[in-house]
Design a protein around this ligand. Structure first.
Ligand SMILES: [Zn+2]
Length: 217
């Protein structure tokens, strides 16, 4: 298998989407092709890739607003968590694996930022597409303490399930770099360095001040 893996800046709020494909099998997927769906479809077409699925990490508007065009132009089904309000044709469940050519796309259901959030892990290349759960240097926003606790549990699951040398590909360019590794996040991301959920909740509450002190964007 030869890998195609493109991180695409689609616009919006520094949004990232992805083209992930097996060049030999000529099959691939578009992940969160929002704001600029034509660009994603074109990148696949330019490389003679048939899009087998349009995948959403979660159903927030800035991740799904390109669905209609991407689905219409590719004829591919939408794949998203079974609880997503977008009526996905392929209803993903926790632990499910999708084969696309020789790629193995493994889905983990990781609620907190959004109830239908999934991350996508490809074990051959150790690629982790994290959506808005885990960014470079921070984590996804939550509205309530209950959601924040759920997000903490999801993050702990990620830490347990994903190898440290996996690369991390987020849904927004919110960090000092556009991508990371699990090892780097485990040792530098203040939210992953929290000793427990209470420290995590406190950091979330203090974040606007901490962020300013650290000079983050
Ligand atoms: Zn979101």
């Amino acid at each position: 298998m030869r890998l195609i893996f493109e991180q695409i800046r689609s616009g919006g709020d520094r949004n990232f989407g992805y083209l992930l494909a097996d060049r030999d099998a000529k099959q691939g997927v578009l992940i969160d092709p929002s704001y600029a769906p034509d660009l994603f479809v074109q990148r696949a077409a330019d490389q003679d890739i048939t899009v087998t699925h349009v995948i959403n990490t979660h159903s927030h508007p800035d991740h799904i607003n390109g669905n209609e065009v991407a689905l219409g132009r590719t004829g591919a089904p939408l794949a998203a968590h079974e609880s997503a309000p977008t009526s996905p044709a392929v209803r993903l469940t926790d632990g499910q694996e999708l084969r696309v050519g020789s790629l193995r796309l493994q889905f983990l259901h990781v609620p907190g930022h959004c109830p239908d959030h999934v991350v996508i892990y490809e074990p051959s290349y150790r690629l982790l597409i994290t959506g808005d759960l885990l960014f470079v240097g921070k984590v996804g926003g939550t509205r309530t303490d209950e959601d924040a606790r759920t997000e903490w549990d999801s993050l702990q699951r990620l830490v347990d399930a994903i190898p440290a040398d996996a690369t991390v590909w987020p849904g927004h360019d919110y960090g000092a770099r556009p991508s990371s590794t699990m090892a780097l996040e485990l040792t530098t991301n203040p939210f992953l360095l929290c000793a427990n959920v209470d420290a995590f909740l406190q950091l979330k509450a203090d974040w606007p001040v901490v962020k300013q002190r650290l000079g983050l964007r």
